[in-house]
Design a binder for this molecule. Structure first.
Ligand SMILES: Cc1cc2nc3c(=O)[nH]c(=O)nc-3n(C[C@H](O)[C@H](O)[C@H](O)COP(=O)(O)O)c2cc1C
Length: 305
């Protein structure tokens, strides 16, 4: 029996490398994201006790539901990570089968797994067996090759392995982020599966969220449109909200105190450039933000917003 997805609303913030940190996830959850995820974490790195990877597993006191996303290609290494104490506080474990980056794909990981549905079954089954009563989900693409959208076959393999949810980003690996997401394939996966489907790709507002829901997907996942706009979840859910940009940025930074200053400054430069996007004087602000060499200079630039 698949386990229930621990979601507080039907719209989620996606796992996004470099953006899904504990600070940004906390803000997204506060504005209504029903579930958030860590960025992809290497199961192999956990196996080798890599310290940098460990910092990706920090969860904030105010996060209600945050899943961990793992990537890897060896079922036993993934199962070991899932069973480890370090992941015991995550209420859901997601497995990355969508990453298009060559370094990952050439290692047989991420979207490369969509070339071998039997491997998907094997990995999901091992993860489910190791997860105890926690749900395991899979995030995949429409397919690997542009001309061969095999998400239905891959999603069925995940379901057969015991997955509790499949997220489908409606682009193939060959497309990367080009073109638009194919909602048709998400509808096909939904029709073929008994477990919940989460639709992903190009959701930027309530209208595109409703369009995604029309595929039959029970859940919707937002990635890029949330950058700098954690309140997008309130807008999508039509909930009233207030947003003070400086307060949000300072709070965001405060959640990253476990990280070295250099890491926080570099990460916040990207975030802040999205927070200020479209605001008066944002071009000059961006220049100043990217020139900051330390936290004091970054805070000084933020004060000018
Ligand atoms: C910079 C960047 C990093 C990403 N990192 C991850 C990741 O770690 N794991 C993952 O499953 N997807 C990752 N994705 C894909 C997103 O989760 C999402 O599937 C994709 O951006 C499509 O959704 P969107 O149209 O709402 O942006 C990443 C996307 C971007 C742009």
């Amino acid at each position: 029996m698949p386990y229930k997805i621990p979601a507080f609303s039907d719209v989620f913030f996606a796992p996004v490398a470099g953006y899904s940190d504990v600070g940004f996830r906390t803000l997204c959850a506060r504005y209504g994201a029903g579930l958030t995820f860590t960025e992809m974490v290497s199961a192999k790195a956990l196996h080798h006790n890599n310290g940098t990877t460990e910092s990706l597993l920090v969860v904030g006191k105010e996060e209600r539901a945050c899943g961990v996303q793992l990537f890897g290609h060896e079922a036993d290494i993934i199962a070991e990570a899932v069973a480890s104490d370090r992941l015991k506080n995550f209420p859901i474990i997601d497995i990355n089968m969508g990453c298009p980056v060559p370094k990952i794909v050439n290692n047989g990981e991420g979207s490369a797994l969509m070339k071998t549905p039997e491997k998907i079954y094997e990995i999901v089954k091992a993860a489910v067996d190791a997860a105890g009563k926690r749900p395991v989900s899979v995030k995949m693409r429409a397919g690997f090759f542009a001309g061969e959208k095999n998400a239905v076959e891959c999603a069925l393999a995940a379901q057969e392995g015991g997955a509790s949810m499949v997220t489908v980003h409606g682009r193939t690996r060959e497309q990367y982020y080009a073109g638009s997401a194919d909602l048709g394939i998400i509808g096909e996966v939904k029709s073929a599966l008994d477990i919940p489907v989460c639709g992903n790709g190009d959701v930027t507002d309530r209208t595109s969220y409703l369009k995604m829901k029309d595929t039959g997907a029970g859940f919707v996942m937002v990635a890029r449109a949330a950058f700098g706009r954690p309140y997008i979840f309130a807008e999508i859910l039509e909930k009233p909200y207030e947003f003070d940009i400086k307060e949000a940025i300072f709070e965001h930074i405060s959640w990253l105190s476990h990280l070295p200053e250099r890491v926080v400054v570099n990460s916040m430069k990207k975030h802040v450039s999205f927070y200020v996007k479209g605001r008066p004087g944002h071009k000059n602000l961006k220049t100043e933000i990217f020139a900051a060499e330390n936290m004091a200079q970054l805070l000084c630039a933020i004060e000018k917003i």
